[in-house]
Design a binder for this molecule. Structure first.
Ligand SMILES: NC(=O)c1ccc[n+]([C@@H]2O[C@H](COP(=O)([O-])OP(=O)(O)OC[C@H]3O[C@@H](n4cnc5c(N)ncnc54)[C@H](O)[C@@H]3O)[C@@H](O)[C@H]2O)c1
Length: 243
């Protein structure tokens, strides 16, 4: 058991990569808070995972909601060792068509949400001189992508925050790393046309899309003591795709 007696908050844990990670973390002994806006999927998913899993309705882009989530983790499980900043959204349009609302919405969730959650979680972790923070970037944060100005900005920004927090929090026993998934078979790809997905598979050395489990295992590695001397990195999990 790699996460025995550890409590993890997984944002965006109601579906896709986050839900797969909640299942894996629980199977490795952790208590898990699924922190998601989507109560109709998140609540039953948490109940199905048993007493070591709880759903906390959270909007990561809202400061007080993020704070409440961290306090709930402490109240329900007594401590907080791991934060996986996995919640994320897209709202695609080419540069000349993208509205400022569209830009801000994605920045609010994908970048500001990571800031709020980490600010409150890291303060608790520092008290115990132990923490693991994992931020979800993207292949798009490394290479950019047509129609994703807002998303690319947010996911590149996550890498900058990861490197900064690794420096700020290392002496407090907290590691901070990012995972940059390639193209992963979740609801997020529903709007991507089939011919583009085929093209992506062809250009991926491993010849397939990623599965949520591929990313969950990377989160687990960075959350576990196997990664105790790793901080500030961005781990690409993309089947070798150079986008
Ligand atoms: N699927 C991919 O190809 C891919 C590639 C690179 C990076 N990612 C990143 O992986 C992460 C997980 O994505 P996924 O593919 O599992 O998508 P998903 O849509 O299945 O999951 C995202 C979850 O985030 C939740 N969420 C959205 N806004 C929120 C908010 N304000 N507060 C709390 N929760 C909120 C949603 O309800 C949903 O449950 C995201 O950060 C995404 O950007 C995904």
């Amino acid at each position: 058991m790699k996460l025995d007696n550890k409590t993890a908050i997984i944002t965006g844990g109601a579906s896709g990569i986050g839900l797969e990670s909640a299942k894996l973390f629980i199977s490795e002994g952790a208590n898990v808070i699924i922190a998601d806006l989507n109560e109709s999927d998140g609540k039953p998913a948490a109940e199905a995972l048993g007493s070591r899993c709880r759903f906390v309705k959270t909007d990561v882009s809202d400061k007080s909601s993020a704070y409440f989530c961290v306090m709930e983790a402490l109240k329900r499980f007594g401590s907080l060792e791991i934060l996986v900043n996995n919640a994320g959204i897209t709202s695609d349009a080419s540069l000349h068509k993208m509205s400022s609302e569209q830009f801000e919405k994605v920045i609010d969730v994908n970048l500001k949400g990571v800031f709020f959650m980490t600010k409150y979680a890291a303060a608790q972790m520092a008290e115990n001189n132990y923490g693991r923070i994992i931020n979800t970037s993207s292949i798009v944060g490394l290479y950019g992508n047509f129609g994703q100005t807002n998303y690319a900005a947010s996911k590149s920004g996550v890498i900058g925050m990861t490197k900064t927090w690794a420096r700020e929090l290392g002496r407090k026993g907290i590691t901070v790393n990012a995972v940059a998934p390639g193209f992963i078979d979740t609801g997020m790809l529903n709007t991507v046309p089939a011919n583009i997905l085929d093209n992506i598979k062809q250009r991926t050395p491993l010849g397939r899309l990623g599965s949520p489990a591929d990313i969950a295992k990377a989160y687990l590695f960075l959350a576990s003591d196997d990664a105790a001397f790793i901080t500030g990195i961005t781990l690409s999990v993309d089947g070798g795709l150079v986008w």
